[in-house]
Design a protein. Structure first.
Length: 150
């Protein structure tokens, strides 16, 4: 009881395990009864059995933006959040040259109860900071070239 789990398209805190159902309380305060039969044959993720977990972000910058500047800004945001643990060390790297921008992967470790607050705060900090630092967060776009035939 009390484990935070995700299984069969439902995530929540295990409140009770009965003979036929496992009862979850979701983050939006709904009660979900998940049949135990399918639970016995599916993958079950537990978010609360380990004391620390890794938070992952993919952050996009526009082509032509200064990659080193983006790394610097992200690393400053990581260093400023004391909920992000120092060991294992955080990881920041270019992960993809995507269709509309350059993707940077960020991986940092936190104590499990801090996962969502750190995740959302970093998103907010990146959004607030990148523009001030001259970095553009790309949006999906397509260039159309028209040429005269004939």
């Amino acid at each position: 009881m009390g484990d935070v789990t995700d299984a069969k398209d439902h995530a929540g805190v295990v409140k009770e395990i009965q003979i036929f159902f496992t009862i979850l309380a979701t983050v939006d305060n709904k009660t979900v009864l998940v049949p135990n039969g399918p639970l016995a044959t599916c993958t079950l993720i537990s978010y609360s059995t380990q004391p620390a977990c890794r938070v992952d972000w993919t952050i996009g910058i526009a082509y032509g933006d200064d990659l080193d500047k983006a790394y610097e800004v992200v690393n400053k945001r990581i260093a400023a959040d004391n909920r992000i643990v120092k060991a294992p060390e955080s990881f920041v790297a270019l992960s993809a040259l995507a269709d509309s921008g350059v993707n940077i992967v960020v991986r940092a470790w936190v104590n499990a109860p801090d996962y969502w607050s750190v995740f959302f705060k970093m998103n907010e900090e990146v959004y607030r900071t990148f523009g001030k630092e001259g970095l553009l967060i790309p949006y999906p776009q397509m260039d159309v070239h028209v040429r005269k035939v004939g």
